[in-house]
Write a protein that binds this ligand. Structure first.
Ligand SMILES: Cc1ncc(COP(=O)(O)O)c(C=O)c1O
Length: 382
């Protein structure tokens, strides 16, 4: 079969999240966004980007990224976990998606065979390993979205790659110190040759209770992936990073990413520095205040509607179980409601491997009106 014949017979679908967002009617409200759209961007970020033109912003950086940014990432991680890092432990990437991609690509080339991902997960965790022919296995979560450690233990092989995501998209679950310690105790005895990829992109967006802890503090065979998309409200700048205690592995990831992206955009790397240094902390505090207020509004709504949920503590999503109202038609409901005049966009749980749920974003300035529309749509659904 020729390329053109294959092309005619192959469907390369857009992710379900995009499909639903694209169905949005012009009069619709989106509670489906995965970014802090409309939240004020800290001036220090803009200033750093503007000033970068005097520092060679029009030129390439090294493949591994801007040394000044790599140094800030190394220092920040040291502050998190007490381990020692240099620029050689850090790779700057084009967003966290590219950080996950380059890590998995490298581990696949080094012989990894299986990737364990949470049963409720961000979509790329499944798709990227599949691109490299790796087997993807889901580990179960309890109803409160905590990890079922007994089941995980029974499925783990010593050279697996495990993906961890706390705070989570889509559940908003943030694992506590004890939970992370218990997981690390298990992994220290079972995952002696593999790695954990810990996606910490929402680490700064914890708005209720105990702070976030980086998993590298508990387990040394951790590859941390993180970035500025969410905590800086600058998803469009596309800056992320990988940091690992294993310098040789970092070097391998640099080499494997160089063929994909060459280097991340230089001005955007300069713009990331104030966020990583902690100079935008006050702005992040404001984001978290808004997210907590919004979380409480959605919780009241779900209580009123008698819908089962777990109150999230971090990220900016809530993931209620709506199969009691919508049966097995959650996706149909989301597509129809998005497309209606004066409709609302919410994301079907199917996009995250959990078709009984839907994801509501807390990052909206039209939340109250969005919830009124959602209530109407749920009540009218047949
Ligand atoms: C859990 C998680 N990881 C990674 C990403 C991708 O991040 P980036 O936009 O920095 O590539 C997202 C974006 O929604 C996410 O929710």
């Amino acid at each position: 079969m020729s390329i053109d014949e294959r092309l005619a017979n192959t469907n390369f679908p857009l992710p379900a999240i995009r499909q639903v967002n694209m169905a949005k009617h012009a009069t619709g409200i989106s509670l489906g966004l995965g970014e802090l759209k409309g939240f004020e961007v800290d001036n220090k970020i803009k200033q750093a980007m503007t000033e970068s033109w005097d520092d060679g912003a029009a030129c390439y950086t090294q493949n591994a990224g801007l040394p000044q940014l790599r140094k800030e990432v190394a220092d920040r991680q040291h502050h998190e976990d007490g381990c020692s890092y240099t620029v050689d432990n850090v790779i700057i990437t084009i967003g966290v998606q590219n950080a996950v991609y380059s890590s998995i690509k490298t581990l696949a080339k080094l012989g990894a065979k299986r990737v364990l991902i949470p049963s409720i997960h961000f979509g790329i965790y499944k798709k990227i390993p599949a691109e490299f022919g790796l087997e993807v296995i889901t580990y179960p979560l309890y109803d409160d979205f905590s990890i079922d450690l007994q089941s995980l233990e029974s499925m783990l092989q010593k050279d697996d790659v495990m993906i961890l995501n706390s705070p989570s998209n889509p559940t908003g679950r943030v694992y506590s110190d004890e939970e992370l310690q218990a997981l690390a105790d298990l992994l220290k005895s079972k995952l002696t040759e593999g790695y954990v990829i810990s996606d910490e992109i929402y680490g700064q967006l914890v708005y209720d209770g105990e702070d976030f802890h980086s998993f590298s503090k508990y387990f040394s065979r951790t590859i941390v992936v993180d970035g500025i998309s969410k905590s800086g409200a600058v998803a469009g700048l596309r800056v992320g990073w990988v940091i690992t205690q294993n310098e040789k592995l970092a070097k391998a990831i640099i080499s494997n990413n160089a063929t994909v992206i060459s280097t991340p955009p230089t001005p955007n790397q300069w713009a990331a520095i104030p966020i990583v240094k902690g100079d935008t902390k006050e702005t992040i505090k404001h984001y978290n205040k808004t997210l907590l207020e919004n979380r409480n509004k959605v919780v009241s709504f779900l209580e009123k509607m008698n819908i089962t949920y777990n109150a999230p503590r971090g990220s900016f999503y809530i993931f209620p179980k709506v199969s009691g109202i919508l049966g097995d038609k959650v996706k149909e409901f989301c597509i129809q409601t998005a497309g209606e005049e004066n409709g609302v966009v919410v994301i079907p749980g199917e996009a995250f491997g959990a078709p009984e749920y839907l994801r509501i974003s807390l990052a909206s300035f039209e939340l109250e009106e969005g919830l009124i529309r959602l209530e109407k749509a749920l009540k009218e659904w047949k």
